[in-house]
Design a protein around this ligand. Structure first.
Ligand SMILES: [Zn+2]
Length: 263
């Protein structure tokens, strides 16, 4: 795989990200990460798995199943070159089974569709928590243009969150279940894994400095007023206005790139 282009590549088990964008979680890995091209992570839990420089792979942890590890790496390398644009939806089955959910019934009830995850995502700078922000290629370009246009008018738009995987969404459910919440409680505020617009890489939660992230009070900011006037020109629309048909609470911060009609 070529050295760092600013892409995130999704395999079924692993993803690959440019190593320089991430900090080692263990001191012993810091040097290895600093000199590597790519960092491979386990998609199920985000654990750092290996680094890759040229064709040299260095694993970060010992494993009793070396062949399985190599297979997982081969698979993400295929994903980087392959003509496949989206991950297969079958990856969701074990997650929804773990939650005891019927995907069809949930989709009918909420009017939400299953959202496929792109195999490749584009780096779009950092979010307000200094984490790398990943978006689908066209959405990343549109976000960058929109943000610059706002800045010219002294309006500061900040990304709170962009692409999130179904595994990430599953992690939210697992943590809340561990705290004693039921699946139905959680579904009142979080979309089921596989059904979040954030999986597409085209959704972005937008904030502005000095304003708490993802709160309804965002609607009173200059940033929100600017978005209402101008976001459509960049291909973005608000997904969950007040009283939306999905029964999802009002989210003035959540915008989706639908494309077309951009200036
Ligand atoms: Zn959102």
């Amino acid at each position: 795989m070529n050295p760092p282009e600013f892409r995130l590549i999704n395999g079924l088990e692993l993803d690959a990200v440019p190593a320089r964008l991430y900090r080692a979680r263990a001191n012993s890995h810091a040097r290895q990460l600093a000199s590597a091209d790519w960092l491979l992570r386990e998609r199920s839990n985000g654990r750092f798995f290996a680094t890759m420089t040229g064709s040299r792979i260095q694993f970060l942890h010992r494993s009793p199943a070396p062949q399985r590890r190599l297979d997982a790496v081969a698979e993400v390398l295929d994903a980087a070159d392959g003509g496949i644009t989206h991950l297969p939806l079958s990856g969701l089955d074990p997650l929804l089974a773990e939650l005891g959910m019927d995907a069809e019934a949930y989709g009918r009830q909420t009017g939400l569709a299953i959202v496929a995850e792109p195999v490749q995502l584009e780096y779009a700078g950092r979010d307000c928590f200094r984490r790398p922000l990943w978006l689908a290629y066209d959405a990343a370009k549109a976000w960058t243009r929109m943000r610059s246009a706002a800045a010219v008018q002294d309006v500061r738009l900040q990304a709170i969150s962009g692409y999130r995987s179904a595994h990430y969404q599953m992690g939210i459910f697992r943590r809340k279940i561990a705290r004693g919440m039921t699946v139905n409680d959680i579904l009142a505020v979080n979309a089921a894994p596989g059904f979040s617009e954030h999986h597409s890489g085209c959704a972005i939660d937008i904030g502005t400095p000095g304003e708490p992230a993802a709160m309804e009070s965002f609607e009173n900011t200059d940033a929100f007023a600017w978005l209402q006037r101008h976001a459509a020109a960049y291909g973005f629309r608000m997904s969950y206005p007040r009283g939306n048909a999905h029964g999802i609470s009002y989210e003035p911060w959540h915008w989706f790139w639908i494309g077309g009609n951009q200036s």
